[in-house]
Every structure is written in C-alpha cells, then in structure tokens.
Design a protein around this ligand. Structure first.
Ligand code: NAD
Length: 286
C-alpha cells in the first residue's frame, strides 16, 4: 500500500457514498488519516462523531494540504467544477484527484482545471438514501467500479485510483467517458427518470374523489423505490448527461407506444408475444 499511498485522503462531500468509502478504507487497512470537507457542518460533525473520518472542515483554508495525497470528490456532480477551481489553489502538484460521480464526460472539464492527475471513477453501488449517517463499510464489495481514463490521464495516478478501489474489494473495469455515459443513461438514469415520472402519474391521477397514494402495493413500491433519491443529485445527473438521457427517454417512449398500440387495437396474440419476449429477457438478468 505504501508504494501507492503517501499520505492522507480527503473526501470532498461527506455524504452516503463518500462516508461509505471512508468506512470501507478503514475496514480494509488504509493506514493514513481520512478527512472530510463539506459545505454542511452537520455532515462533518456526524462524520467525526461516527468515526467515519479522523477530522473534517467546512473551509478549504483549514485543510492540512501538505498532508493530502489523494482527494476524492463525492458531492453532487453539478458541484465538481466549482470544487475543482477551489482545489487548484490549494493542492500539491503530486496529489491525485478522483471522484465517484455518476456521469463521466465532465472528466474532460476536470482535466482542464486540474491536469492529468484527475482520474474519473464511478462505483456501481448505492441506494436511495443520502447522508453520512447511512454510510456502510461493505458498500463497494464485489460491486463494479468503472474507471474512465482519457488519452491524457497520468498512469501513476490511474494505478493509484485502481489500487484504492481494489482495497475496498470493488471489481475494477475500464471504459471511455463516452461509453460510460451511454451505458448508464440507459441502465440507470432512464429507470430513475421513469420512476420519478411514475410517481408523478399517481399525483396527476389523484383527485378529490380518490387519493391514489393510499393504494400502492409491493410492486409499485419496489418499482419506484429509487424515486425517493436525492433531488439535487438526480438533477445534476440528468443535466450533465442530458443528450444520452434524452435519447434513452425517446426510445422508452417508442416502447410505451408499441404497448399502447397493442392494447388499443386489442391484438391479443401480439400483445402476449411482446410481453413474453420481454419477460424472458428480464428473467435472464439475474
Ligand atoms: P449525499 O447527498 O449523501 O452526499 C453529498 C454530500 O455532498 C452532502 O454531505 C453535501 O452536503 C455535500 N456537498 C454538496 N455540495 C457540496 C460542495 N459544493 N462542496 C462540498 N460538499 C458538498 O449524496 P451521495 O449519495 O453520497 O452521492 C454523492 C455522489 O456520488 C454524487 O456525485 C453521485 O452522483 C454519486 N453516486 C451516488 C450513488 C448513489 O446511489 N447514491 C451511486 C453512485 C454514484
């Protein structure tokens, strides 16, 4: 570990994901202090009380920058550019900067601000819960961790980030930022958009005669669990991957249209065949 890490690690945005990383690193023998920096003083207070971090601050000036060897951005992706502009003023030239944000083409902007030391990463793990108080130490175990290098990414920093995630037992994969954003628009961002829209449908179809929110069963609750996710985080994800998200919404509308037509025209056999094909595909997923 000493070959890769030479000092303290700072998590910027000490919420559920950053807190879970801090806990997992400690559990798996990371030897250096882990610090937090957040705009919310409650997050830092809780992080210290729960011993998720060794120390933390709400001001860049207070951080012991000479000790900091690695910085991980773990706030909503819409804050990354502002944070990078702050970091640039304080970090040592050899410090590695990485993130765990859900969209990845902003890696190019990070590179412009912070140079080739920036390594984009995205753990495919999480829940609809937010806040450091929900952090868990095994969140990343056996979960995919996507690293999205560019042509410019420095190898030394890249290897260090890979080592960091392997330490918490994640399964590291590499892909381009573009491929990442295409894939996760379809398999993650679209389902969240649909879940939000579905809950909105209940709101629209409730009236003074019936409150539809009294009736959802397990199916509806399972399906829409992710619509309880943090709104700031999801606004930022939709906006930083807007083109790919919009493409997947268009495709989804076509699938819904197909279903709508089959129902409208009462095509019993075709409707069953359509549902059968999809059901087989879904069963092959697990
Ligand atoms: P969270 O709401 O639990 O934590 C975010 C933290 O960032 C909060 O403590 C907040 O106060 C802090 N913050 C906000 N703006 C800040 C700023 N300008 N400077 C410093 N701190 C700031 O959110 P989370 O679920 O931990 O998600 C964090 C990141 O992880 C996001 O970028 C998200 O895209 C990514 N991610 C989340 C999941 C998930 O399932 N939750 C999965 C993969 C990746």
């Amino acid at each position: 570990m000493e070959d890769f890490f030479r000092g303290s690690l700072l998590i910027v945005g000490l919420g559920f994901m950053g807190g879970s990383l801090a806990k997992a690193l400690k559990k798996n023998g990371f030897k250096f202090p882990i610090y937090g920096l957040d705009i919310n003083k409650e997050a830092i207070k809780k992080g210290k009380e729960l011993k998720v971090i060794d120390n933390g601050w709400i001001s860049y000036e207070k951080v012991p920058w000479e000790e900091i060897d690695t910085v991980i951005l773990a706030s909503p992706v819409g804050t990354f550019e502002t944070i990078a502009n702050q970091l640039r003023k304080f970090i040592k030239p050899e410090t590695t900067v990485s993130d765990l944000g859900s969209t990845k083409r902003l890696v190019y902007r990070m590179e412009e601000i912070l140079g080739n030391r920036f390594v984009g990463a995205h753990p495919i793990a999480g829940t609809e819960k937010s806040g450091v108080e929900h952090a868990i130490d095994n969140l990343y175990e056996n979960k995919k961790l996507i690293i999205t290098p560019t042509e410019k990414t420095d190898k030394k920093h890249l290897q260090k980030v890979e080592k960091l995630w392997k330490l918490v037992k994640a399964k590291v994969e590499y892909m381009s930022p573009e491929l990442h954003d295409y894939i996760f628009a379809v398999v993650s961002h679209l389902p969240h958009a649909v879940a939000f829209a579905l809950v909105d449908t209940l709101r629209q179809m409730s009236d003074e005669k019936v409150d539809l929110f009294k009736y959802p069963g397990a199916g509806f609750k399972d399906f829409t669990r992710i619509a309880a996710s943090d709104p700031t985080m999801w606004r930022d994800i939709f906006l930083t991957n807007a083109d790919e998200v919009l493409k997947s919404i268009e495709t989804f509308k076509r699938s819904l249209n197909t279903l709508e037509e089959l129902i409208k025209e009462g095509k019993k056999e075709e409707l069953k065949e359509f549902l059968n094909e999809i059901s087989i595909l879904r069963r092959s997923l697990d």
